[in-house]
Design a binder for this molecule. Structure first.
Ligand code: GLY
Ligand code: MN
Ligand code: MN
Length: 486
């Protein structure tokens, strides 16, 4: 019986491995990750090592975990999408016990027939070598014995540790233990805590230097990354277009969210890059409104839809605000066109050399002037809360991506996202209350200006009203009312 069950697991193991061809083959190639590590190495100072940990598995409730998502820095340097791993990148070559040399090493979770049958395939050390281009890849159980004299380095760079890493008592090589082992190796004084407390004096431990290096690397996209963001943006625009055709007064915020996300999945986006924001009427005034629970939208409301598909790790970030009934009211139109004008003013100066601050100020000046002209504020310089956020950020592996926030440079991918939000009881005429408009588009900065990546999602009042008149494939997708009593 024992022999039979082992044979069964071995067979399952090989059949799981054999099905890896189900994976799409357009993920970033191993050459990308190897080159990124090379670029990181170039930026390290002499005699230093950079240490990265995978994201923790996070518990949702009882025995269910949240869907695993790799730490973007870890993914950027490795392509590895599993937990419980540690990567070391050295400035100089290190000597191994068998006389060879290496300048990077990764420890990953081992293959395990039973666990893979429950929770999915693992690459293991061999898979990491073959698929991700590492010469030195080991099972993470060997990290403890990894014999490296960390005291010899001038600088050991790492990020602050995640403070929600939990110990899985059944796994002595989980992230919790890998961090504790690392702390022991580098003589970190507080080896059993997961949070970094006080940095020891005169230490070679450096927990801030990596931020600058990774901002610098990730802020300028490679051609492969540009293609993935482009795809995420195309998919997200398709979601906006299909919703504009399908939306009808009475639909719930969640139903509208569902149409966007159905389109994302239809085009093979793995995930959303951030929780979808779908706010009808005054809910649009909550900048990151993700409850999306308003059961019916009314005939007169605007709906603010800020969603981004995540495709192979890269995310879009697009907002469209449309009238649920297909026609902007005069007040809605005035606010909408003011936000659009602000965005277009910013687009005029969107090119290398312009500062992030100048982009913001361009939108701010237009909005303040317009709010005064509409009588919503008394003076252009009045302090107000109608435009309470910034207007530009990098996009990429994170929706608010790493990058430098000084001057625009070719190869950056950014959003421009002005907005006006007028909650109920604001100190202005009631006719404006409940109007919330954000328009957010994604751009690639080119040597002479920009490429507008999200232009396929209608943006002007005229184009939005026109597309909303078109039929939708969902017009006939009418489901029975589950609560109706026969
Ligand atoms: N979706 C978040 C943002 O626009 O920054
Ligand atoms: Mn944004
Ligand atoms: Mn957004």
């Amino acid at each position: 019986m024992k022999l039979l069950s082992s044979l069964f697991f071995i067979l399952c193991f090989f059949s799981l491995a054999a099905q890896d061809s189900d994976l799409p083959n357009d993920f970033l190639p191993k050459t990308f990750f190897r080159e990124r590590r090379e670029k990181l190495r170039e930026k390290l100072l002499a005699n230093s090592v950079a240490v990265f940990f995978a994201n923790p598995v996070r518990n949702r409730s009882n025995d269910v975990d949240f869907v695993y998502h790799q730490d973007p820095d870890f993914y950027y340097l490795t392509g590895y999408r599993e937990p419980d791993a540690v990567l070391l990148v050295f400035k100089e070559k290190q000597n191994s016990a068998n006389g060879t040399t290496y300048n990077e090493i990764i420890f990953v979770q081992p293959r395990n027939e039973l666990r893979e049958m429950w929770t999915g395939r693992r690459l293991g050390d061999k898979g990491v070598k073959e698929n991700l281009g590492f010469d030195q890849a080991f099972n993470n159980s060997l990290f403890k014995q990894y014999n490296l004299d960390f005291s010899k380095f001038t600088s050991i760079l790492f990020f602050n540790f995640n403070n929600d890493v939990r110990d899985n008592p059944r796994d002595s090589s989980d992230l919790y233990n890998l961090i504790a082992q690392f702390k022991t190796k580098v003589n970190y004084p507080d080896a059993h805590r997961t949070t970094l407390a006080v940095e020891p004096p005169k230490s070679n431990l450096n927990k801030t230097g990596l931020e600058t290096i990774m901002d610098n690397l990730r802020g300028i996209k490679t051609k492969e990354e540009i293609e993935l963001v482009r795809k995420a943006v195309r998919i997200s625009c398709a979601g906006q277009v299909e919703v504009m055709k399908a939306i009808k007064p009475g639909m719930s915020e969640r139903e509208i969210q569902g149409i966007h996300e159905f389109v994302f999945k239809k085009y093979q986006a793995e995930d959303v890059g951030y929780p979808s924001i779908v706010g009808a009427g005054h809910n649009g005034c909550i900048l990151h409104y993700i409850d999306n629970y308003k059961p019916t939208t009314s005939n007169k409301e605007l709906i603010l839809m800020d969603l981004g598909a995540e495709f192979h790790g890269y995310t879009a970030d697009i907002t469209r605000t449309i009238p649920v009934n297909g026609k902007f009211s005069p007040e809605q139109k005035q606010i909408y066109e003011l936000v659009l004008k602000a965005q277009e003013e910013a687009m005029k100066i969107c090119k290398p050399g312009t500062s992030f601050k100048e982009i913001y100020l361009a939108t701010r000046v237009v909005i303040n002037r317009g709010l005064k002209e509409l009588g919503i504020i008394q003076n252009e310089n009045d302090k107000h809360m109608y435009y309470p956020h910034g207007c530009t950020h990098h996009i990429g592996l994170d929706v608010h991506d790493r990058g430098e926030y000084n001057l625009l440079e070719a190869g950056m991918m950014i959003t421009i996202e002005p907005g006006i939000y007028i909650p109920e009881n604001s100190p202005c005429d009631k006719k404006w209350w409940g109007i919330a408009v954000r328009i957010e588009d994604d751009f690639l900065i080119t040597p002479n200006g920009y490429e507008h990546l999200s232009s396929s999602a209608p943006r002007t009042v005229k184009d939005i009203e026109a597309i909303m008149k078109l039929p939708s494939p969902l017009d006939n997708f009418i489901l029975p009312d589950l609560d109706r009593k026969e």
